[in-house]
Ligand binder design. Structure first.
Ligand code: NAG
Ligand code: NAG
Ligand code: NAG
Ligand code: NAG
Ligand code: NAG
Ligand code: NAG
Length: 417
């Protein structure tokens, strides 16, 4: 009987209580995975009565996602998709602010929400809010192949919504013609984009730009296509009259405007064929007969002053030479150091030093590091019994890397008005 009474009462209430909708629907933008607040509030009433607040989502079954009655949340009505994800902001209730916080927003949360305030004896008030869910991620730019035909890069934007545009730009910010982007929609509804580009022209830096025009949101990632100074033979110590070839290799092609430069204590900073070396091609410089003043630091430099790796080269006047790689060796590879004397005599004992300590001796003049690791880095020298010691040379060990990714992700964002 009491149940029937309730039913009748609520039916009566329902039919007599007209609703008033406040203002145009508000639009709120949320990032997938983050929290969002859907605004809703009410004005002071004459009796200072706190209404029942019902938040619902259009098209959802059951549609209630939050119900606040008599100072408590009523859980039984709540749609399971929103379990533990919706709440009012307790400290705001005294300000008659019944905005709803949705945590860990999902792409499927996008839609129309209704905040209904039910008064004991006044028309209900309805506020509607449209939630737009966007997804963004940092694009990833990587080298997929580097062959003689050119370097192929791929940019991947993992989860974006709405559908963004993806473009690849060169040093000057011009768009590089690229393959058609590939777009797939994953199960959660966001877009995964990939776009490949094969670089034909010289460029030292490529930027991948992912842009969403409707929400004016941009994320970019850069990759440097480095040039590398190669020393042939790959040694850091040479003897007088040795022939040394220095070339600037671009991952792209052999003529991208990189030039060999050096800094020596006697000559200062000079480029090839200005009192030293002869150009055998644009990017290769040959020292025909090396002398000790050629000792110094060598590198490649582009027209706009960007520098490649730098290499120390020493032309030793000593009778013992340590042959160790001028360029850093990759971790895990095997490296052989040779100890050589200008005069070749038999029955010698060779001693190798690292950072001033004896690390090996041999009768062959060779020492092999089987799997180079960071701890093998150091200053090496060698000595031959009955001869002098060699000069010291630095051996560098590095993790292998094709190109360096520069993290410069600027986010430009604007909420829809
Ligand atoms: C509260 O009152 C102000 C001024 O009368 C009005 O502009 C506003 O729409 C009201 N807000 C609500 C939620 O009723
Ligand atoms: C309601 O509370 C939220 C969260 O504290 C706040 O962002 C919002 O501005 C408040 N709304 C009003 C009308 O005070
Ligand atoms: C997008 O945002 C940028 C940076 O805030 C701004 O300069 C540009 O005018 C915006 N574009 C549009 C179409 O709103
Ligand atoms: C660059 O030049 C070297 C030697 O001349 C050659 O072996 C190599 O294939 C060239 N690389 C490219 C990408 O053209
Ligand atoms: C050249 O080397 C000298 C000393 O070795 C150093 O002081 C100077 O800064 C170097 N110059 C450049 C441009 O690297
Ligand atoms: C070259 O050698 C000098 C002296 O040993 C050292 O200070 C410098 O860091 C080295 N430079 C490079 C690029 O290896």
């Amino acid at each position: 009987m009491s149940l029937r009474f309730h039913l009748v009462a609520s039916l009566l209430f329902c039919c007599s209580g007209a609703s008033s909708v406040h203002g145009p629907p508000q639009q709120v933008l949320a990032f997938a995975g983050e929290d969002v607040i859907l605004p809703c509030s009410f004005n002071v009433t004459a009796r200072n009565d706190f209404p029942t607040v019902e938040w619902s989502k259009e098209g959802l079954q059951p549609d209630v996602i939050f119900l606040y009655r008599d100072g408590c949340e009523t859980y039984e009505m709540k749609n399971p998709d929103f379990q533990y994800r919706t709440s009012l902001i307790v400290k705001e209730l005294k300000n008659r602010n019944v905005s709803l916080r949705i945590s860990s927003v999902r792409l499927s949360d996008e839609g129309k929400y209704k905040c209904m305030k039910l008064w004991k004896d006044a028309p209900r008030e309805i506020t509607t809010v449209t939630l737009v869910v966007v997804a963004v991620s940092e694009p990833k730019l990587s080298v997929v192949s580097a062959e003689s035909g050119g370097v192929t890069l791929q940019c991947e934007a993992n989860c974006w919504l709405p559908k963004p545009e993806i473009s690849l730009l060169d040093d000057q910010g011009n768009i590089i013609p690229a393959e058609e982007p590939r777009r797939v929609r994953d199960d959660s509804g966001c877009y995964i984009l990939t776009r490949k580009v094969t670089l034909r022209d010289a460029t030292k830096r490529v930027t991948c730009r992912v842009h969403q025009p409707e929400i004016n949101l941009t994320r970019t990632t850069e990759i440097l296509i480095p040039a590398c100074l190669r020393v042939t033979p790959d040694r850091s110590q040479f003897s007088r009259y040795d022939l040394i070839s220095l070339s600037c290799e671009d991952t792209l092609d052999n003529s991208t405007g990189w030039k060999v430069k050096r800094n020596t204590s006697a000559g200062g900073v000079r480029h090839c064929s200005s009192s030293w070396g002869s150009l055998s091609s644009d990017a290769t410089c040959i020292i025909g007969n090396a002398y000790s003043p050629d000792s110094g630091v060598y590198w490649c430099e582009s027209e706009d002053g960007e520098r490649s790796n730098a290499v120390n080269i020493t032309i030793s006047e000593l009778t013992v030479i340590l042959e160790s790689p001028a360029l850093p060796v990759s971790e895990g590879t095997s490296v052989t150091l040779h100890c050589k004397a200008v005069m070749k005599l038999s029955d010698r004992k060779f001693t190798f030093y690292k950072d001033g300590h004896v690390i090996a001796s041999s009768s062959t003049g060779e020492m092999t590091i089987h799997s180079a690791s960071k701890s093998d880095e150091g200053l090496y020298k060698c000595a031959i019994s009955g001869e002098e010691e060699s000069m010291e040379s630095w051996l560098a060990v590095e993790a292998q890397m094709v190109a360096e990714r520069r993290g410069s992700n600027d986010v430009i964002m604007e909420i829809i008005a």
